[in-house]
Design a protein around this ligand. Structure first.
Ligand code: NAP
Length: 287
């Protein structure tokens, strides 16, 4: 089976490398073409446009920034829609809203293509390690055919039904994560300002029911104010914004999420958009 991959950012890099490692024949495209070089070295073929990738592949995977990027990739000249034809599969793994996903799915299926949304839970390291959690919605035959590729990229894949369910599940998961991170950073800052040791706080949290890998990994980075970038803060804020819009649609109050979103917006305003989402700590400490 010939596979294609569009979007070689933080996540796409690990995921596409894992497809190559698993032995798949892979054609790649990235808007900034220079990012394709390491993949060509590892055995992939580089295409000039997204449409060319789709033409060369049975199934094309994509993971780009946000709804605007997913739309541009699909609908712009020489985009996915230009390359799609009867039976070909397209799997958008970006975190986007259900509306955008449906719009893309409908356009591709109208030309005989098959569409699956499959956003992922897990960050830069799980992407590199092939241990993502894949949340799929859409064409079941495509989900079944993509299974071997999902096995190369993830440790678990769930088929959640129609297009929109995978997108919404991902937004719910990330809304919880964003609120958790903001609460965690508030606790770290409160402990510090109250004269407590944040190392003691991390020990206490890790010993009890709130112990989790996110606090364990991000805690020391927040302490050192050395955030790096695994999950860019601008993408986390986009997910909070999309989750709030989903809450509007179904009349679900999201006061905790909305409050956390204000901290992520402030962190963006402070210049932390391209840092890790744990850099929300900067906004919280200066509140
Ligand atoms: P990233 O490193 O910022 O990469 C973004 C990718 O999107 C790049 O390949 C970029 O191309 C491409 N892109 C942006 N705008 C585009 C456009 N208009 N047309 C075509 N391509 C465009 O982001 P990432 O961290 O890999 O995240 C990608 C997606 O996965 C996002 O939806 C994010 O929310 C989601 N996600 C991220 C993580 C994480 O921990 N990082 C975890 C789970 C889900 P250029 O190279 O040309 O800029």
């Amino acid at each position: 089976m010939k596979l294609g991959f569009l979007g070689l950012g933080i996540m796409g890099t690990g995921m596409a490398h894992n497809l190559l490692k698993a032995g798949f024949s892979l054609t790649v495209y990235n808007r900034t073409a220079s990012k394709c070089a390491p993949f060509v070295e590892a055995g992939a073929t580089q295409a000039d446009t997204a449409a060319d990738v789709v033409r060369a592949s049975d199934i094309t995977f994509a993971i780009v920034s946000d709804p605007e990027a997913s739309r541009a990739l699909c609908f712009s000249e020489n985009g996915v829609l230009d390359g799609i034809s009867e039976g070909k599969g397209y799997v958008d793994m970006s975190t986007i809203n259900a509306e955008t996903s449906k719009e893309i799915g409908e356009a591709l299926t109208a030309k005989g293509g098959r569409y699956l949304e499959a956003p992922v839970s897990g960050s830069k390291k799980p992407a590199a390690d092939g241990t993502l959690i894949i949340l799929a919605g859409g064409d079941k035959s495509l989900y079944d055919e993509a299974e071997k590729a999902f096995e190369a990229m993830g440790k678990k894949a769930l088929y959640l039904g129609e297009v929109g369910n995978g997108a919404n599940m991902k937004l719910v998961v990330n809304m919880i994560m964003g609120a958790m991170m903001a609460g965690f950073c508030e606790g770290m800052s409160l402990a510090e300002k109250a004269g407590l040791s944040t190392t003691d706080l991390l020990d206490v949290l890790d010993a009890g029911a709130m112990s989790n890998p996110m606090f364990r990994i991000k805690g020391p980075l927040i302490q050192q104010e050395s955030f790096g970038v695994a999950f860019p803060l601008k993408h986390m804020q986009k997910d909070m914004r999309l989750a709030i819009a989903l809450g509007d649609q179904v009349a679900q109050p999201l006061s905790t999420c909305a409050s956390a979103n204000e901290s992520f917006k402030k962190a963006r305003a402070l210049g932390a958009a391209d840092e890790d989402f744990s850099a929300v700590s900067k906004a919280i400490k200066t509140s």
